[in-house]
Design a protein around this ligand. Sequence first.
Ligand SMILES: Cc1cc2nc3c(=O)[nH]c(=O)nc-3n(C[C@H](O)[C@H](O)[C@H](O)COP(=O)(O)O)c2cc1C
Length: 202
Amino acid sequence: MAAFEDLIHARRDVRHFLCDPLDEAEVDRLLALAHSAPSVGLSQPWRFVRIATPALREALAAHVDEQVARAGKIYEGQEDRLYRSLKLHGLREAPALFAVYCDEGTETGHRLGAMTMPEARRYSCVMAIHTLWLAARTRGIGMGWVSILDPATVDAMLEVPPSWRCLGLLCLGYPTSEEATPELERRGWEHRTDWHSTVVTR
Ligand SMILES: Cc1cc2nc3c(=O)[nH]c(=O)nc-3n(C[C@H](O)[C@H](O)[C@H](O)COP(=O)(O)O)c2cc1C
């Protein structure tokens, strides 16, 4: 129990990676563990697309840089300066890079649960991503989830089927440092708030 709690607290979103390569058998193992995640109707709608060429990696990194700059237009003054100084992806450095998709049209699971709440397929994919995140951390491998992108642009770059919905890019590799707190907290952008739940009494 204590080890699991430590794992939860030690998981970080990583953007600073060492260039040490990952063992491919280890990467396969992580994907197999992600594949054990729960999914609505057992639909297993996650699709992991490995980015294997330097040209595609650079095109994705340049696209995200562009989107980060564009999204930052809402900030001014000190907030703008802080935003510009943040590192919001490790796409150029991470030894392994994946795009992760939800297949919104999958017939696996016979659409059980997806008729009333189709977004449950995306939630299922998030479960797989989180499983991958934790599994990676148990091996000392860091993961960064990059979502500041235009899904249609990324879809066109990767030529994925039209029923696939982009959920982000995942950077995997050994982190340059082990950190106990989120990078955004260390940089003064935001802090983890106290948790709470809502109670309904009627
Ligand atoms: C759905 C999702 C999308 C995210 N997208 C980005 C992103 O584009 N860039 C980034 O730097 N961090 C991104 N993050 C990571 C968060 O910034 C990070 O989880 C948060 O700051 C807490 O830090 P921690 O994960 O180290 O606890 C994303 C996280 C989630 C869950």
